[in-house]
Design a protein around this ligand. Structure first.
Ligand code: CYC
Length: 169
């Protein structure tokens, strides 16, 4: 699991260079956003149950067919798998925010996920919607006008959405 900071160090180690201005800027921005990332991560951790509840309530309100016979969240087993997946997305997004890097999402969440979803007929579009809702609910809860806070929150969710939506993985 890499943070933005160790990722930069690794890159320079690979080519055997001293850290230059570009490296310093990246490391500086990691430290400059540190307090914000800690606060966002704390809010997510403390309010995770509410965030998840609001997300699935809205998802099933918008797409009630998911819960009906033939829907992918129909039966309690699949319903709980869906809630569990939403919880995974939130938890790993919080790790990603704290580490300032999306690498953990590739490694722990996205690797092989589309194949798994395709083979189990888990629909991608409503999954993407659930991830968007998580992002919206958190931004709403944090209720900040600071664009840099919003963009820190958005990074992992937008990354998950982009990677899940890629057609030819
Ligand atoms: C299933 N979701 C799965 C499975 C995996 C994941 C591996 C298959 C195995 C299982 O059922 O447990 C996802 N596993 C993960 C992820 C990680 C992991 C992300 C990283 C930590 O280890 N169905 C819907 C909704 C959506 C949904 C749109 C919720 C947003 O209708 C999810 N995922 C869903 C469902 C299943 C599933 C219903 C069970 C499908 C089935 O067995 O028929």
């Amino acid at each position: 699991m890499l943070t933005k900071y160790t990722k930069v160090l690794n890159q320079y180690d690979l080519i055997g260079y001293y850290l230059d201005n570009r490296a310093m800027e990246q490391i500086q921005s990691f430290f400059d956003t540190g307090v914000d990332r800690i606060q966002i991560t704390e809010i997510i951790a403390n309010q995770s149950a509410d965030i998840i509840k609001e997300t699935y309530a809205q998802l099933f309100d918008e797409q009630p067919e998911l819960l009906r016979p033939g829907g992918n969240s129909y039966t309690t087993r699949r319903y709980s798998a869906c809630l569990r997946d939403i919880e995974y997305y939130l938890r790993y997004a919080s790790y990603s925010i704290m580490s300032g890097s999306t690498q953990i999402l590739d490694e722990r969440v996205l690797y092989g996920l589309r194949d798994t979803y395709n083979s189990l007929s888990v629909p991608i579009a409503p999954t993407v919607r659930a991830i968007q809702l998580l992002e919206e609910v958190i931004i709403d809860k944090i209720n900040s006008n600071d664009e840099s806070i919003k963009s820190i929150i958005s990074v992992p969710f937008e990354y998950l959405i982009k990677q899940l939506s890629e057609k030819d993985l």
